[in-house]
Design a protein around this ligand. Structure first.
Ligand SMILES: *Cc1c(COP(=O)(O)O)cnc(C)c1O
Length: 499
């Protein structure tokens, strides 16, 4: 709501000349005519004034002497939220909605053009130093995919998360791919992976000609179920098909339960590749998310908590593994002047310019985590009273970065959940998303083995979360007014869908 309306409030006796002069500088496209006591009378647009002058008015005519408008103006009481305001404007076919206090005095103004913009799910949020660091890369002509910012970004990220070694790569997917190679995954091998994730977690398994086996989520963290993993490992041991690696995903910024998963994998001698693409800045116990497996992966894609526009990082304790990652990421070039190669490799290195952005972003990571958590806290406070609306839990063992605020809507209480609810919110110009469609349910992985958290339950945890869950716009740069629109829209949609 615009509250800087003093310039567009015109009292009786104001000439059309003065009114027109007031209209332009605000860009609001509307004036609010009031009576002698400041109470709202009517709206006046450019078109209203032009039509009056074509009839009989002159520039000296007072606004209160114009012919009355054809229909009563549409207004809203004080306290009307953006969502209800947009709906009222759509219903009435108007572009402006004056907001009046109980005495009828205008206190604000909603503009349709402000509210028609879609509230985005998660967009890049730059800090103040990225431009300076990029300029430095240009000034020193380090535009190449090597350079001082790459080295510095690796060191700074490693220090931030407490990982001894880090390799900056072109994407999180590239980091996962190299991670699997470094853990020795070969054609015909099996790799276990969380089912409830983005496809990038698993595509690299296919790159290597290996076979994914999917593990369900547990209700407490929405992440890999230790119970399902334990059964899957025991079964694989019996049939001599133990996996070469387990890809454990930390969904929406919440760490998986490594206190349970780590010892299990250790007991079977299977290394963990931790997909922390969404969880940079989160913790598990006293460790940073991403440092709990043999190797960990971060992503700096455009919608992640910090971004380089595209990029990734592979971290780990073993200097040889990370050195090998750098080697495989730079075409396997051996240290000879004449470009010597004995290994098939990749072009997976992060560029120096993007590393410069990453260094700036890393400096504001703590702010971004705070901001995302604040967005979550506002949602939880505003919607927590609604029965059957359950936010993704935060496990007691650590803290989530709340990359995306995710929630489940109880289908026993509402007729609208999951994807239909997301579609309804899109009509309200809100970019929500369903929870990831589980990998075991994707046509790409049809026929893959899947281990449910509770084998006796009619629906697995991941399938249930996909059917009834959604993610809300959660950007760290999200204005509170946008968030209020999301809150009001969700409440309105669910109230209408209450069983
Ligand atoms: C974003 C994401 C990736 C892939 O990262 P990119 O940098 O986009 O390649 C992998 N896993 C998960 C869970 C992700 O959300």
């Amino acid at each position: 709501m615009r509250t800087d309306i003093a310039a567009v409030v015109v009292p009786p006796g104001t000439s059309l000349r003065t009114a027109l002069a007031r209209l332009d500088p605000t860009g609001f496209g509307v004036l609010l005519a009031v009576d002698g006591d400041g109470r709202f009378q009517r709206t006046l647009t450019d078109g209203d004034i032009r039509r009056a002058m074509l009839a009989e008015a002159t520039l000296d005519t007072a606004v209160d002497n114009l012919p009355a408008p054809k229909s009563a103006p549409v207004t809203a009481p004080e306290g009307t939220g953006g969502y209800a305001a947009r709906k009222a404007m759509i219903d009435a076919g108007v572009q402006h909605l004056p907001v009046l206090d109980p005495t009828g005095t205008p206190v604000g103004l909603y503009l349709r053009k402000d509210l028609d913009h879609t509230v985005p799910l998660s967009i890049p949020h730059m800090g103040e130093e990225e431009q300076v660091l990029i300029r430095e890369a240009f000034d020193t002509n380090w535009i190449a995919p090597v350079g001082p910012h790459v080295d510095a970004f690796e060191k700074e990220l490693a220090a931030k998360v407490g990982a001894p070694h880090a390799a900056a790569l072109s994407s999180g997917t590239a980091a996962l791919h190299l991670g699997l190679k470094l853990l020795g995954v070969r054609p015909g091998d099996t790799v276990f992976c969380s089912s409830l994730t983005f496809v990038a977690s698993v595509n690299p398994v296919l790159y290597e000609g290996a076979t994914p086996v999917f593990i369900d989520s547990e209700p407490n963290t929405w992440n890999m179920s230790p119970a399902a993993l334990e059964r899957a490992l025991a079964e694989a041991k019996k049939t001599g098909t133990l996996p070469k690696a387990v890809i454990v995903v930390n969904l929406y910024g919440q760490s998986a339960d490594f206190d349970a998963i780590g010892p299990l994998c250790d007991a079977y001698g299977v290394p963990i590749l931790e997909d922390a693409a969404e969880s940079l800045g989160a913790t598990c116990g006293n460790k940073a998310s991403g440092t709990l497996g043999r190797l960990g992966v971060y992503s700096f894609n455009g919608n992640k908590i910090i971004t380089t526009s595209g990029g990734g990082m592979l971290v780990g304790d073993d200097p040889d593994l990370i050195a090998r990652a750098r080697f495989l990421a730079t075409q396997g070039r051996e240290p000879a002047l004449h470009y010597q190669h004995t290994t098939m490799a990749y072009n997976y290195r992060l560029s120096n310019v993007l590393a410069a952005i990453g260094r700036g972003q890393l400096r504001v990571l703590d702010d971004r985590v705070r901001q995302r958590r604040a967005v979550f806290a506002r949602y939880a406070a505003a919607l927590g009273d609604m029965p059957g609306v359950d936010f993704m839990p935060e496990a007691a063992f650590g803290s989530s970065n709340r990359w995306l605020t995710a929630l489940r809507v109880d289908p026993n209480l509402y007729t609208l959940t999951g994807e239909p609810l997301v579609t309804a919110l899109m009509e309200d110009a809100i970019e929500a998303r369903p929870v990831w469609k589980p990998m075991h349910a994707q046509p790409l992985f049809a026929g893959s083995a899947y281990h449910a958290h509770d084998p006796d339950a009619p629906v697995s945890v991941a399938d249930d979360l996909f059917a009834h869950g959604l993610c809300l716009p959660s950007g760290s740069n999200m204005p509170e007014a946008d968030q209020d629109r999301v809150i009001d829209a969700l409440r309105a949609r669910l109230t209408a869908a209450r069983k």
